[in-house]
Design a protein around this ligand. Structure first.
Ligand SMILES: [Zn+2]
Length: 250
């Protein structure tokens, strides 16, 4: 999988109101932004700046070279156009596929398919719950995929399925290793959520993710092991028990 960068939108902003999300669906979008430079990093920067003031957001932006995570999986984003309590906004993870001209749309869409498979795996989401933005609000989105660009929606789903099957049966790839700082692992999702809430009250940014049979409470993911260890040490100094684990093929 291509590099995953974390560029979280500011907490308590309009873009990141922080309602708890237990993801049951994955919603696919195209950005409809064809401006030069409107890639994944640019979408991350936007939601850290001017965009944070608007209640429009998404968990991930993906182009041909990287994936940017903007809202943690365990918080909602505003993307589905189905209202403040809509299932799209409150039960789904949003992936935006970039349309900037210098990004190869096929590779960007393939990257989104791979990310979708990864999230299905992490959150135990069935392929039947991978939907278009159109499903929630009737909007013509993801407009490129709906037009068969770079391929049909059915092909997209077939690719997701292939990535999903690969993820579940093969060893981690040699690239894309990520070091995650974990504070706990639980068999019971509610216990993990409760522990996460306790840490959040202490001002520590955490999210719950599924790993095999366990729900792990993570505070961050880093490409560089040293950065992960430094962050773990900082939390230990605050009295939070942490350990660094290596996660391949994120
Ligand atoms: Zn959309």
């Amino acid at each position: 999988m291509v590099e995953l960068k974390e560029m979280l939108a500011p907490k308590h902003s309009a873009a990141r109101t922080g309602y708890t999300l237990l993801p049951r669906y994955i919603t696919i979008h195209n950005t409809a932004n064809t401006g030069k430079g409107a890639g994944a990093v640019s979408h991350g920067k936007y939601l850290s700046g001017a965009g944070a003031k608007k209640a429009v957001s998404y968990h991930y932006a993906v182009d041909d070279g990287c994936i940017v995570r903007i809202i943690p999986d365990s918080e909602n984003a505003w993307h589905a156009g189905d209202g403040a309590n809509g299932r799209g906004n409150r039960q789904s993870l949003a992936i935006e596929i970039c349309e900037n001209p210098e990004s190869d749309l096929r590779r960007a869409t393939d990257n989104a398919a791979e990310l979708t498979a990864r999230l299905m795996h992490d959150w135990n989401i069935p392929l039947a719950n991978v939907v278009q933005h159109n499903h929630w609000s009737g909007k013509d989105c993801p407009r490129r995929l709906r037009r068969g660009e770079p391929y049909s929606w059915d092909t997209f789903l077939a690719k997701v399925r292939a990535f999903y099957d690969g993820t579940s049966s093969s060893a981690p790839a040699d690239s894309g290793i990520l070091y995650t700082v974990q504070t706990g692992a639980f068999r019971d999702r509610t216990k993990a959520e409760n522990y996460a809430a306790q840490l959040k009250r202490k001002g520590i940014d955490v999210f719950v993710t599924r790993r095999g049979e366990l729900y792990t409470v993570q505070t961050g993911a880093f490409q560089d092991k040293k950065n992960a260890e430094a962050y773990a040490a900082k939390l230990k100094a605050k009295g939070v028990n942490t350990y660094v684990t290596q996660k391949g093929n994120v």
